[in-house]
Design a protein around this ligand. Structure first.
Ligand SMILES: Cc1cc2nc3c(=O)[nH]c(=O)nc-3n(C[C@H](O)[C@H](O)[C@H](O)COP(=O)(O)OP(=O)(O)OC[C@H]3O[C@@H](n4cnc5c(N)ncnc54)[C@H](O)[C@@H]3O)c2cc1C
Ligand code: FES
Length: 352
């Protein structure tokens, strides 16, 4: 197998990359932190410029990397593989308060798999060794027998380094969910994962009040952040979580969030919201409508949004309407293969 030298500017760092490996993967495994989000060629976050050399663009979506951009020498490092020595120019913006941990492969075992809501499972795995990660990051799971991998956010805080929790929503017809996790995966099964990936993380050096908006299993990375902030004193600002679902049957971990709210009343506020059911104590309407109605302004806050791309986009508009600047909003879109095929590029306003 050939391997090539990748030079990353403006850092001037050189790393080796196999011809069957993506440039992002080689960088993250060698401690070179490139911006990225979906790692599947959908969001365009990682877009960079080829200064020299040839690449194969692999599975880059034609929406995230248009034909004219390919002609102009742009690439998505999360999909591009080298065909010669390559020099790229990347837009590197490392948060000084965060230590980024190199990606590694892990062998894991399924410890538990339980139904927690309609079409939603909690998966707990044990890694073969400890993994360092930041609250909010995710892992890639190899889907057995398919050659495909899928990404799932870690829901526990980074102080729990071997036993990891995930929340997984079933996608009808989905390779990983319908074809594996909701069909044949069982306690005791081996699982191959790699990570940690992503930069949707708890900004531990910040002390602003933050509003967190979760749709469906978008709760997972936010739960990791909330638990880390409260239980490990990792964040000084007040957190308010808006968690949305259609009905109570689709909502999960309500009691755990209510318990945290009771335990940390000055630091955490919890607002579960239902859009198709009216229940005492729950916000009524879409999670974005409740966030909109309950806040005259959010000036000075930070925002963290996670869930299906359409919900994230709507929540982004809501927060901006409440006077948050784009630079103060962080987002994790749960893009899937359908989004890659049909165009799931994120709003150009938000680079985080
Ligand atoms: C950073 C990140 C973190 C994530 N974290 C989580 C998480 O914590 N929990 C969670 O539940 N999900 C999460 N996701 C989503 C998850 O990675 C999967 O995308 C999701 O589980 C669906 O995978 P699947 O293999 O079951 O479906 P896929 O096989 O990917 O199919 C998804 C949908 O796309 C359609 N489709 C497939 N191929 C095409 C095509 N060529 N053209 C048109 N349509 C097509 C399928 O019919 C299906 O409807 C995350 C995604 C990202 C990017
Ligand atoms: S991280 Fe490369 S396109 Fe999303």
């Amino acid at each position: 197998m050939n391997s090539y030298t990748i030079t990353v500017e403006p850092l001037g760092r050189e790393i080796e990359c196999r011809e069957d490996q993506t440039i992002l993967d080689a960088c993250l495994r060698n401690g070179v932190w490139l911006p990225h989000s979906c790692t599947h060629g959908t969001c365009a976050t990682c877009k960079a410029e080829v200064l020299d050399g040839d690449v194969d663009h692999g599975g880059s979506s034609t929406f995230a990397l248009m034909d004219f951009e390919r002609d102009e020498g742009m690439l998505l490092p999360c999909c591009a593989q080298p065909r010669s020595d390559v020099t790229i120019q990347a837009d590197i913006d490392v948060d000084e308060d965060l230590e980024m941990h190199p990606v590694q492969d892990y062998a894991a075992t399924v410890l538990s798999l339980e139904e927690i809501a309609e079409d939603t499972r909690r998966l707990v795995i044990e890694l073969d060794r400890e993994m360092a990660f930041n609250a909010g990051q995710y892992l890639k799971f190899q889907v057995p027998g398919t050659g495909a991998d899928r990404t799932y956010s870690i829901a526990n805080p980074p102080t729990e380094t071997r036993r990891l929790e995930f929340h997984i929503r079933r996608t009808p017809g989905g390779v990983a969910t319908d074809g594996w996790i909701f069909r044949s995966l069982a306690v005791g099964d081996p699982v191959s994962v790699s990570g940690p990936y992503g930069r949707f993380v708890l900004h531990t050096g910040d002390d602003r009040a933050a509003v967190l908006v979760a749709g469906g299993t978008g709760l997972a990375p936010l739960k990791s952040m909330i638990r880390h902030a409260l239980e490990n004193d990792a964040y000084a600002g007040h957190l308010t979580l808006y968690q949305g679902a259609r009905t109570q049957a689709w909502l999960y971990d309500v009691e755990e969030m209510q318990r945290l709210e009771k335990e940390y009343p000055d630091r955490f506020t919890y607002r579960p919201c239902l859009s198709e059911e009216i229940v005492d104590g729950f916000g009524s309407g879409l999670v974005t409508e409740v966030t909109e109605a309950e806040n005259a302004t959010l000036r000075g806050h930070a925002g963290d949004l996670c869930g299906p791309p359409r919900m994230v986009e709507a929540a982004l508009k809501t927060l901006m309407g409440k006077r948050l600047f784009p630079r103060d909003i962080y987002r994790e879109d749960f893009f899937d293969e359908g989004d890659r095929a049909t165009g799931g590029v994120r709003s150009p306003l938000i680079k985080r």
